[in-house]
Design a protein around this ligand. Structure first.
Ligand code: MG
Ligand code: MG
Length: 273
């Protein structure tokens, strides 16, 4: 149903999105476990694709867009922010790699990303990853029925600005999700509370802060996909898909449904007990 231009899911449809979300969570966990110095991003891609297909699900990135994205994950290393194409790139000690992954179950999508350190990374990069992941949770915790998309955006921006001198990427945003990976509305990582489309029960969104150690500006490389910081600064990226239910926020791509972090932040967990 698209009353208001936004796709509103029934509880049964949200259960299917949870299945897709758990496949994505498991794929990301498998890739995270595989990350080590010397592995290629192409090998990580096979880990994710094997996991997704073993569960009877379909990788949503494969063949997406123009030119068609050629892989199951996006693997974005160091100054690459998002949309990196996996291949022969070898990960080295001190790198960070953002792994973004989507899966489809019965036509319903899940989408999530984590940034993983390869061995030891500098303290400022550890802190960048912490700030980016916590900004994601602050954004998720700001969502409630009757609120606005801007509440999420503002919570992310406020947390990051408070945490230090970081770049908040504006060229790419979170998004609605459901019967397609990318649906309205956009969910920017900056903005004013109380603005933007209204949040309703049955709405599902992917929230995905992209934060840099330098400036916010980005460019697309000659492969037509990889997004890099124009100043070469390191970036981090974390993403979850959530649904608003009668009870609160249900983080469909978190193994625990987001329960621990939402309770830590004092907001209602919207998944099953
Ligand atoms: Mg994603
Ligand atoms: Mg996304």
């Amino acid at each position: 149903m698209f009353g208001s231009g936004l796709e509103i899911k029934t509880p049964e449809q949200i259960l299917l999105m949870r299945e897709a979300g758990l496949v994505v969570a498991d794929a990301l966990a498998a890739v995270r476990d595989a990350v080590r110095p010397g592995i290629t991003t192409g090998e990580l891609d096979r880990v994710a694709e094997d996991l997704i297909r073993s569960r009877g699900a379909t990788p949503s990135f494969l063949g997406y867009g123009v030119p068609p994205f050629p892989a199951t994950i996006c693997a974005s290393v160091n100054e690459a922010v998002v949309h990196g194409i996996p291949g022969s790139q070898v990960l080295a000690e001190g790198d960070v790699v953002s792994i973004d992954c989507g899966a489809i179950v019965d036509g319903w999508h899940g989408d999530a990303a984590v940034t993983v350190a390869v061995g030891d990374v500098p303290d400022e990069v550890v802190e960048l990853m912490r700030v980016t992941e916590e900004a994601l949770w602050q954004g998720l915790a700001a969502a409630r029925p009757g609120g606005r998309v801007g509440d999420i955006s503002h919570a992310i921006e406020h947390y990051v600005r408070d945490a230090g001198d970081y770049g908040i990427v504006e060229d790419y945003t979170g998004h609605g999700i459901g019967t397609a990976m990318h649906l309205p509305p956009d969910v920017p990582n900056y903005g004013r509370a109380g603005r933007g489309p209204r949040l309703k029960r049955g709405l599902a969104l992917a929230v995905e802060p992209m934060i840099t150690l330098g400036a916010k500006e980005t460019a697309v490389t000659e492969d037509d996909w990889t997004v890099v910081t124009t100043d070469g600064s390191v970036a981090a990226h974390f993403e979850h898909t959530f649904a608003l239910t009668d009870d609160g926020v249900w983080v469909l791509t978190a193994h625990d449904g987001g329960r621990a972090d939402l309770e830590r932040l004092g907001v209602p967990y919207g998944g099953p007990a």
